[in-house]
Write a protein that binds this ligand. Structure first.
Ligand code: ZN
Length: 461
């Protein structure tokens, strides 16, 4: 039985396995799945979600994010002069302060900070997110349920809980634990919370990174994921310091180390991979390993990890937001521009291939062929963009208009798992005002503690 019908002047549907732009089509939804994408109008009197000048796309599959950090660290690290930037950010700000949030925030504050990041994602078109957070922040799943966001949660597993930057600018680790207790927690979490494809929440195994996890731990993470039949995701080749360390510690390159520790293959999503060599990217492609590309996050650090470089190597490259720009439409535009600039060619990083990356490639990376596509049998996750706006008119190619000129605020309607989450540009599932207020209080509290400990500069008045 049809439960909803959505009209699109343009619908980004499927034909023979390829994305194709359809004119004046209807998406019929039955429960949590798409029943049909067809030009046939429903019987008179049937309620239809109808925006006359609409582009209907699949919901975006965001394959690397940190919702909690998104809400906590806004406007803190941007533009700071520090060397080396990424290791300092990761090891002196993000990791210790996100862990602190698990301890110092009240349940209500943690809930609001998490919700803020998720709402930001949903408003930027994310309907599924693969997100990494710290054990102790399992509230992630409850908040996602309340908002109606589809998630794959991958809590961090790491051998060292107190990484920091040494005087030479390289991270220092004390391997005080071996990470296996955290792995056991992740396995228990999978058994308790993974709902499979028919639910909204799944669990993945998330070793933090190649440099914060000992090789035995990485191998056991892979083995656990294989036993549970779930994904492994980790940070990979994100800084020159990480590569230098693998070379010193194990005498291996990044891809060689990944191969040695079980981090290659079709059930692995590697975040970033931007410091890998072309030959190493070739190995990722040959093994079917997926890359989560978050170009905006690295561009702000002065590093260019463009989508087109990974795609050109033959890798299934999908899009993530990390915890910076949570709006996928803007992420695609930035990524496209960086791709063009990297190759010096306008035809690299096209709007259409970036749109595929945010939808079909994302579904493939998560081993979810039922996500990121509008066709019968797929999950009913979709977005409706209202193109009747000066910056989006006239329309000859709505995908180009959206990617090069649009943003998340142009989204009028979003449906996840067959349920409307945004309508007429308003979030239906949570009180945004209240979330913003409580989250700001939580973020302020963390900054204050960080300031007292000398981790962050004094908070602006
Ligand atoms: Zn990350």
């Amino acid at each position: 039985m049809t439960t909803s019908v959505i009209y699109g002047r343009y619908v980004l549907g499927m034909k023979a396995g390829e994305q194709v732009l359809l004119r004046d089509h209807y998406v019929y939804v039955n429960g949590t799945s798409i029943e049909a994408v067809t030009p046939d109008a429903p019987a008179a009197g049937t309620p239809v979600v109808r925006y006359e000048h609409s582009l209907v796309t699949p919901g975006f599959v965001n394959v690397h994010a940190h919702c909690i950090r998104g809400g906590l660290f806004r406007g803190i690290a941007d533009d700071l002069e520090m060397e080396p930037w990424v290791p300092k950010l990761v090891y002196t700000i993000l990791l210790p302060l996100t862990a602190l949030a698990a301890k110092e925030l009240t349940a209500e504050e943690l809930r609001a900070v998490t919700a803020l990041g998720m709402i930001d994602l949903v408003r930027g078109g994310t309907t599924t997110v693969l997100d990494m957070w710290h054990h102790g922040q399992e509230i992630f799943f409850d908040v996602a349920k309340d908002i109606g966001l589809r998630t794959v949660g991958a809590p961090f597993i790491m051998s060292s809980s107190n990484a920091r930057i040494g005087p030479d600018g390289y991270p220092v680790w004390d391997f005080g634990n071996d990470g296996h207790a955290q792995l056991a927690k992740s396995i228990a979490l999978f058994k308790a919370r993974d709902e499979g494809r028919e639910g909204l929440a799944q669990v993945a195994i998330g070793p933090h990174a190649t440099d914060t996890c000992l090789p035995e731990l990485l191998r056991d993470c892979r083995k656990a994921a294989d036993d549970l039949d779930c994904l492994v995701t980790t940070h990979f080749a994100q800084t020159p310091q990480e590569l230098a360390l693998l070379r010193t510690r194990y005498g291996m390159g990044a891809a060689e180390y990944a191969r040695d520790t079980g981090l290659l293959g079709e059930r692995v999503v590697l975040a970033h991979a931007g410091c890998a060599t072309d030959a190493e990217l070739g190995e990722l492609a040959a093994t079917g390993t997926h890359v989560a590309n978050c170009a905006y996050s690295f561009a702000r650090e002065g590093m260019n990890f463009p989508y087109a470089r990974f795609a050109k190597a033959g890798i299934n490259t999908a899009i993530g937001t990390d915890s910076i720009g949570m709006d996928i439409v803007s992420e695609l535009r930035i990524n496209g521009l960086l791709s063009k600039q990297y190759f010096g060619k306008a035809h690299f990083g096209t709007a259409h291939e970036l749109m595929r990356a945010a939808t079909l490639n994302g579904g493939k990376a998560l081993n979810r062929p039922d996500l990121g596509r509008l066709e019968a049998g797929a999950k009913a996750d979709l977005l409706v963009f209202d193109l009747r706006k000066p910056h989006l008119q006239p329309v000859f190619d709505p995908i180009k208009n959206l990617v090069w000129k649009g943003n998340g605020a142009d989204m009028a309607f979003a449906m996840i798992h067959g349920k409307p989450v945004v309508k007429d540009g308003r979030l239906l599932t949570m009180d945004e005002e209240k979330v913003m207020e409580t989250a700001a209080a939580g973020a302020r509290k963390i900054w204050k503690i960080a300031e007292e400990r000398g981790i962050l500069p004094a908070m602006p008045a």
